[in-house]
Design a protein around this ligand. Structure first.
Ligand SMILES: Nc1ncnc2c1ncn2[C@@H]1O[C@H](COP(=O)(O)OP(=O)(O)OP(=O)(O)O)[C@@H](O)[C@H]1O
Length: 324
């Protein structure tokens, strides 16, 4: 059923995943996943290798049938979209280009599918910074240039939504910097930009929001800012007075997570360096060292996605028994 005008206004450009599940035999690759991706923002879709990112994107694009659940783009499933290539641009794996044809000619072969004119082909090549190389054979392009050509292909139909699977793969630092700016530019135009990656560090400067999955399940979804706020403050405090140090920890009800064998160095969680310094000063404790060891964003991410101890691996999750 076609959505009403009011429903369309609410869902326009939103990628919405609800209870999405995919089983490959006994492997539950995607497990009851629900999240929304909003327009005007760059969203990082993060998880370790094999966590189900590509399978999820394939289900959003109607390339893989879900075992259960739904995935919609602007309120409609991919197959119900009136003109899919003008709604969603997707780069799932390195697009294969004809090496003997120029960059421009390669785009021209995809253009009719997206209803794109010759002028649009030249325009998107300019957009991705390949204007000067338009007449060069794609076989002579560097990996970074081929990635840009792939991006140009996804933009041919001027889609509102972009789904990019590991777009920074193979890019050098300059290419990654360029991509970061380009994704921001696209989101700034009001597009929905979803970028998958298995490393938070690779995208943390490019994304506004994060959707983090592990073993096919959602483990976290928030703004990048809120993810940063989850980082646990942690310090190490050193004193030659081991009993005094221990007394202070007990008196302040601090949670000590590690102690050196001689008891003169203690690692404490959920305390800032400023608070620890002030407490030691008030207690008259002689301090020989105070270091901030707060969890980095990457540590927060790794903690979220780490495989729990036990026999199961990332590809054989504990939920195997539920697979059908
Ligand atoms: N067609 C398939 N048949 C069987 N198993 C599959 C199939 N496609 C994916 N899988 C399995 O589903 C799980 C999720 O794979 P998927 O490729 O979606 O993960 P990913 O997060 O994209 O990983 P990567 O970062 O390595 O690309 C893996 O265990 C994978 O082996």
């Amino acid at each position: 059923m076609a959505p009403t005008a009011q429903e369309s206004a609410l869902t326009d450009g939103v990628v919405s995943v609800r209870g999405l599940t995919k089983c490959f035999g006994t492997v539950r690759a995607v497990d009851d996943l629900s999240f929304d991706v909003t327009p005007g923002r760059v969203t990082g879709f993060l998880g370790p290798n094999g966590s189900g990112k590509t399978t999820t994107l394939r289900m959003v694009l109607g390339l893989t049938a879900p075992t259960a659940g739904t995935a919609t783009i602007s309120g409609q499933s991919y197959r119900d979209l009136a003109s899919p290539l003008n709604t969603v641009g997707a780069a799932l794996e390195a697009t294969s280009f004809h090496p003997g044809r120029t960059g421009l000619d390669n785009l021209r072969t995809y253009a009719p599918l997206a209803g794109a004119s010759d002028a649009r082909c030249a325009e998107v090549l300019d957009l991705v910074g390949l204007g000067a190389a338009a007449e060069r054979r794609a076989g002579t392009y560097s990996l970074g240039m081929r990635q840009r050509l792939g991006l140009a292909t996804t933009l041919l139909g001027d889609p509102r939504v972009l789904l990019l699977d590991e777009p920074s793969n193979g890019l050098d630092p300059e290419g990654i910097r360029w991509l970061r700016g380009f994704l921001r530019f696209l989101a700034g135009e009001g597009r929905t930009v979803l970028v998958s990656s298995h490393m938070l560090t690779e995208v943390q400067q490019s994304v506004d929001d994060v959707v983090i999955i592990a073993r096919g399940r959602l483990v976290h979804s928030s703004s990048m800012e809120a993810l940063g706020a989850l980082s646990v403050p942690r310090i190490t405090l050193m004193s030659p007075d081991a009993p005094g140090l221990e007394r202070l920890v007990a008196q302040m009800s601090w949670s000590a997570t590690n102690r050196s064998a001689d008891g003169r160095t203690i690692e404490i969680e959920n305390v800032t360096a400023a608070d620890a310094g002030a407490a030691a000063f008030t207690a008259g404790l002689e301090v020989h060292g105070l270091a901030d060891r707060s969890q980095t964003l990457e540590e927060t991410f790794l903690r979220m996605v780490e495989v729990p101890p036990g026999p199961q691996s990332a590809t054989t999750p504990a939920t195997l028994g539920k697979a059908s």
